[in-house]
Ligand binder design. Structure first.
Ligand code: MEV
Length: 438
């Protein structure tokens, strides 16, 4: 069993890898070789990746794929996606193609406000705190001018600062609830810097506020941090067409298809177990583009799922209806994204991804990401309500099974052609590999 290691962060990269290999592997040389196999030959590039995080020992590859033919508001996009799940890019590409001949995706940014909060404790008369806040409110703006100057030039900045009384939920708990516009940056550093300055101003001003008692002067700032819940940073994506236009190879009866599809969405609206998987399908598309464009997928995930529960019950993010012979499928989701700052100018593949998207603004990226999420959801529901999910999924997964079993080129050819017309299961593929090897 491994023992605690001290001073690990001071080891150089080689020492860290040696320690790992010696501590956890029966064949340390092989472990070292595998870790190093993924290093980039270009030392400068490798150093860039090493420095993204602490204790880097290797690079972890994920495939970057592209889904072409996304027609969004009349413009064609080729969408870069980074994801490990076999069928996701194929599904996105198929849904994009399908909708490109039926009017494409219509998207709009509903609003783009970000939020941050200073959480603090104040023991005293609420009325005095309210008066104090209104008297010093402008100081919050002036004290952060050095931070907001550049953002203001780009049309962003602090939108409003509100004092919120949360003492019904927690004793002595108040907030500065602040809204921001951060234009093309995701804005995390900007928001957090502003908040930390607000906290300092709040404490400082309270100390010298003559109407406060000694206890009231001693405001305790618990923390200052942006919120990843952004219910006022919303993008809407929609597709629609006449029901009969839904006809294609796998949709022979469009009326039946549309009705079943709408039912599938309704089930996700009322049934949490289904809603989680339904939304996970949406996030397959969203996370893949968020990752490819160097954005923070954990922030997006946390915010989106909170939004899916905003009415007190976790529910579907997307909705569908048939009205006057028109099938419509849409969703509104919160997305706080950036196309400048962060990894966007650092990671060479992120730069490539943004160039493939023709250097979008943050608002344009929100729309592309939302369209990809909706496309992914459409593809999943189309399969689920027609052929079932396994047909397409296993077709894509076949290569993974062949790779697991180190199939030769000859074996691959035979097996792939056999399964073109036969249902693929893990067991049946393994059985065939074994029988070919007998
Ligand atoms: C798999 O990654 C995603 C699906 O389960 C989504 C869904 O069920 O809607 C296919």
């Amino acid at each position: 069993m491994a023992e605690a290691v001290s001073g690990f962060s001071k080891f150089n990269k080689e020492e860290k890898i040696n320690w790992l290999a010696k501590t956890y592997f029966s064949q340390p040389e092989i472990a070292i070789q595998t870790l190093k196999q993924y290093w980039n030959e270009d030392q400068k590039l490798q150093q860039l990746h090493d420095e993204f995080i602490e204790n880097t020992v290797s690079n972890f590859y994920l495939p970057m794929g592209i889904a072409p033919n996304f027609l969004i508001n009349g413009k064609y996009y080729t969408v870069p996606m980074v994801i490990e799940e076999s069928s996701v890019v194929a599904a996105a590409a198929k849904a994009a193609k399908f909708w490109s001949t039926r009017g494409g995706f219509k998207t709009t940014v509903v609003n783009s406000e970000k939020i941050g909060q200073v959480h603090f404790l104040y023991k005293g008369e609420t009325a005095k705190l309210v008066k104090f806040f209104s008297e010093i409110k402008l100081k919050f703006f002036s004290a952060t001018e050095h931070i907001t100057k550049n953002m203001q030039k780009r049309g962003g900045g602090i939108l409003d600062i509100e004092l919120r009384n949360k003492t019904n939920e927690l004793e002595n708990y108040f907030q500065l609830h602040v809204t921001f516009e951060t234009k093309d940056s995701m804005g995390a550093n900007f928001i957090n810097s502003c908040l930390e300055q607000f906290a300092a101003t709040l404490k400082e001003e309270a100390q010298s506020y003559k109407d406060f008692t000694v206890e009231e002067k001693n405001i305790t700032v618990v923390m200052s941090i942006l919120s990843n819940y952004v219910p006022n940073c919303i993008v809407r994506a929609e597709v629609s067409c006449k029901v009969e236009e839904l006809t294609e190879k796998k949709i022979e009866n469009p009326v039946e298809f549309a009705e079943k599809f709408v039912q599938a969405v309704r089930i996700a609206e009322v049934e949490t177990f289904r809603a989680v998987t339904h939304n996970k399908g949406i996030m397959n598309g969203i996370d893949a583009v968020v990752l490819a464009t160097g954005n923070d997928f954990r922030a997006v995930e946390a915010g989106v799922h909170a939004y899916a529960s905003r009415n007190g019950k976790y529910s579907s993010l997307s909705h569908a209806k048939i009205e006057n012979g028109i099938f419509s499928f849409w969703m509104e989701i919160p997305l706080a994204l950036g196309t400048v700052g962060g990894l966007t100018s650092l990671h060479p593949l992120v730069k490539i991804a943004l160039e493939i998207l023709e250097k979008p603004s943050a608002q344009e990226l929100m729309q592309i990401v939302a369209a990809t999420g909706l496309a992914q959801n459409f593809a999943a529901l189309r399969s689920l309500t027609t052929t079932g999910i396994q047909e397409g999924h296993m077709k894509m997964h076949l290569n993974n099974i062949l790779n697991q079993h180190q199939a030769t080129a000859e074996e691959r050819k035979t097996i792939t052609s056999f399964f073109e017309n036969n249902p693929i299961t893990h067991a049946s593929v393994v059985e065939m590999i074994e029988s070919l090897r007998k």
